[in-house]
Design a protein around this ligand. Structure first.
Ligand code: PEP
Length: 261
């Protein structure tokens, strides 16, 4: 993987109160060995309401685990009732924020322009965006999946420089999440996942230079479980996984992290 540290990120979606979150994080971390947590980066993405509890736990117990949010506002402050800004997430010492998850794109009408503005907001506030791209079933059946995902990537990275995209520590993470595989139990084949992840890396290299292309971590997401993790991670351009449902089960999630380590 050319020195790219594997990353396993757990997208909890709208699950876990702040109290449940503490229990889940503790269970995951305490079931992993120190060397496993060093070899693979483990990140949890709880709902906003649990972030403060996770921050306190991680900082207080010096847990070797990262955390972040599932979304942020494109705006920095103002009359945007119900929104949460990048500055607020930064103040909670979040490292990451998911942007452009297919559930946000579909259920909250986030188009490429909104996603691009949110990526800008994340970077403005020192958060690493986990930019999600992925095609629906109709697009895949039409054989347009690579072009579709590349277009989403291009739109979200508009205006960024190579330095911003691959800053030390990894300024950007890309997650390829075919919509038809999210929460459906239908995982992409390792070949399908590698095809798109490889194409995304090639596109990054084309736009920002080969070194940047090699520096960015690209994840696969869509019904990842411990049983299919090794196959997916065998792809040369797949540096980890964005895990939804299976991240709510501490044993299953820890096992996925162990396989990635
Ligand atoms: C996700 O929500 O990003 C996801 C990949 O979900 P699941 O693993 O449940 O398919």
């Amino acid at each position: 993987r050319e020195g790219r540290r594997p990353l396993i990120a757990g997208n909890w979606k709208m699950h876990m109160t702040h109290l449940e979150a503490i229990g889940l994080v503790q269970k995951v971390v305490f079931s992993l060995k120190e060397e496993e947590l060093e070899a693979a980066e483990v990140v949890v993405l709880p709902p906003f309401t649990a972030l403060r509890s996770v921050q306190t736990l991680v900082a207080g117990d010096k847990l070797d685990i990262g955390y972040g949010a599932q979304d942020l506002s494109a705006q920095d402050s103002g009359a945007y009732t119900g929104e949460v800004s990048g500055a607020m997430l930064s103040a909670l010492a979040c490292g990451y924020v998911t942007v452009g998850h297919s559930e946000r794109r579909a259920l909250h009408a986030e188009d490429d322009a909104v996603v691009a503005a949110k990526v800008q907001a994340a970077v403005r506030h020192g958060l690493v965006p986990i930019l999600c791209v992925g095609e629906g079933l109709d697009v895949r059946r039409a054989g347009e999946h690579v072009a579709h995902c590349t277009r989403q990537l291009d739109a979200a990275l508009e205006g960024f420089t190579a330095e911003q995209v691959a800053a030390p520590g990894g300024a950007f993470v890309i997650a390829y999440e075919p919509v038809w595989a999210i929460g459906t139990g239908e995982v992409a084949t390792p070949e399908d996942a590698q095809e798109v992840c490889g194409a995304l890396r090639a596109r990054l290299a084309e736009r920002f230079g080969g070194e940047t292309g090699l520096g960015v971590r690209i994840l696969y997401g869509g019904s990842v479980k411990a049983a299919n993790t090794a196959g997916i991670l065998a792809g040369a351009d797949i540096d980890g996984a964005l895990v939804g449902g299976a991240s709510l089960d501490a044993d299953e999630f820890a096992q996925i992290c162990r396989i990635a380590a």
